[in-house]
Design a binder for this molecule. Structure first.
Ligand code: ATP
Ligand code: MG
Length: 412
């Protein structure tokens, strides 16, 4: 159905005239051959980017030069973006970025792609063109480098992570042995990549429906600790249970929760990790909320949990409860205590999800009005009353708290 899309038809028609050619390339062809949904459609063309822009303008199609230096122009039709990229050949590479030149040769363009399953094309009439022997790999779900694995990794070290990501998403059985060996040997070169590229690729891997097997092989190959030394101690033991719980409870796959399941709840270490990998501010904050929220105790009372929610916030505690629930479920088979704990966690999770932080009914002005002079005493007194109020599970109203303030103020 995606191939019959009139918007796509008109992009291909635009490119396939006057000696030019355009083909659907990469992920869209791969996914459709595997019977998987096609997200975005990338197109490769023999036409130079300026010619693509010219033709689009002449046809009244919006053209955005999203990556003109790499030869990419995004054509927008009916609000749908199509990335049109001129065929390329590599001129030189330092393993981090490649110098590319535009080309017109499909074979060369195919061979500079990373994996055989990612290098198929579909022409405008729907014919699949396989220049790298990718079709058998699509069939057997084999994730394989095009050409010599070690050479391809030396050209771009990020391909190590892409190998495992695509294995997580599309591979079956064991990873290709040559590829795996080459990744293990080259793992030291990951440190030369920019943190942004590493984190963006790692995040995609962690967000795969089930990254469990890929993580296992990454750990085996020494690749995981290379990019995430924080996982050294815990490893990936918690991952299968977490994936199971996600499925059982319908939680959306969450790369950061999966990461949290692999690293110690150590704020300092995670802060350093966030800086090293250049996590976004929001991502770093999420990891910090999770690390700073306390571990869920086996017989935690729901009222005590509310107090934790007040102190540590909903986001971090929700993550903690999910991790505790997943691990209790994993232990649960034949362990009645773990099962009971899992039940408790489920109730806590529901509680966390509908939690609305109550607002403390007093403020500094109330303290000043009680006759306490401005100064550090104001804050500390307020803190004492707030602690009592939290300990009483937010029960006391303003009038009662004002009376308490009055009493404490008199005591001096
Ligand atoms: P998806 O977008 O679904 O994650 P995709 O296959 O489209 O998968 P992209 O990362 O969007 O993956 O890249 C598009 C295509 O460009 C790939 O299919 C591959 O052929 C090629 N490619 C991308 N990155 C590299 C790389 N580092 N080395 C070689 N080829 C690459
Ligand atoms: Mg893509």
């Amino acid at each position: 159905a995606w191939f019959a899309d009139p918007a796509l038809r008109s992009v291909l028609a635009l490119l396939n005239s006057d000696g030019g050619e355009g083909r659907v390339a990469g992920g869209a062809v791969r996914n459709s051959l595997m019977g998987l949904p096609v997200a975005d459609v990338d197109i490769a063309t023999t036409l130079r980017p300026d010619v693509v822009v010219e033709r689009a303008k002449a046809a009244g199609i919006k053209a955005v030069p999203t990556g003109i230096e790499h030869g990419t122009v995004t054509l927008v039709i009916d609000g749908k973006p199509f990335e049109v990229t001129t065929l390329r050949r590599d001129v030189s590479t330092d393993g981090r970025h490649a110098d590319v030149a535009f080309g017109t040769d499909w074979q060369t363009d195919a061979e500079r792609r990373d994996l055989t399953i990612n290098a198929l094309y579909a022409t405008a009439d729907g014919t699949v063109i396989d220049l790298v022997n990718g079709l058998p790999d699509i069939e057997s779900r084999t994730v394989r480098f095009i050409g010599d694995a070690a050479t391809r990794i030396a050209e771009d070290h990020l391909r190590i992570l892409r190998f495992f990501r695509f294995f997580a998403l599309y591979g079956s059985g064991r990873p290709d042995a040559d590829g795996l060996r080459a990744c293990a040997r080259a793992k030291g070169s990951l440190g030369k990549l920019s943190a942004e590229r590493v984190w963006s690729e790692t995040k995609k891997l962690l967000a795969a429906p089930d990254p469990g097997r890929a993580l296992l092989w990454m750990r085996q190959a020494g690749v995981l600790t290379e990019i995430l030394p924080e996982t050294e101690k815990w490893g990936i033991d918690a991952i299968p249970g977490l994936i199971e719980a996600e499925k059982a409870f319908g939680w959306t796959p969450d790369a950061l929760l999966r990461l949290a399941a692999m690293v110690p709840a150590d704020r300092e270490r995670l802060k350093a990790m966030a800086e090293r990998l250049r996590l976004s501010k929001a991502e770093a904050a999420t990891m910090d909320y999770c690390a700073s929220a306390p571990e869920i105790a086996p017989k935690l009372a729901e009222t005590a949990f509310d107090r934790l929610l007040y102190r540590h916030g909903q986001q971090g505690l929700t993550m903690r409860v999910k991790l505790a629930l997943a691990s209790a479920r994993a232990r649960g088979l034949g362990d009645p205590e773990a099962l009971a704990f899992a039940g408790l966690c489920q109730r806590l999770l529901a509680r966390a999800q509908k939690w609305q932080k109550p607002s403390f009914p007093l403020n500094g002005a109330d303290v000043l009005a009680s006759g306490i002079p401005a100064g550090p005493k104001v804050g500390s007194l307020l803190g004492v009353i707030e602690d009592e109020w939290v300990a009483g599970n937010f029960h006391d109203g303003r009038a009662k708290l004002l009376a308490r303030l009055e009493a404490l103020a008199k005591e001096g």
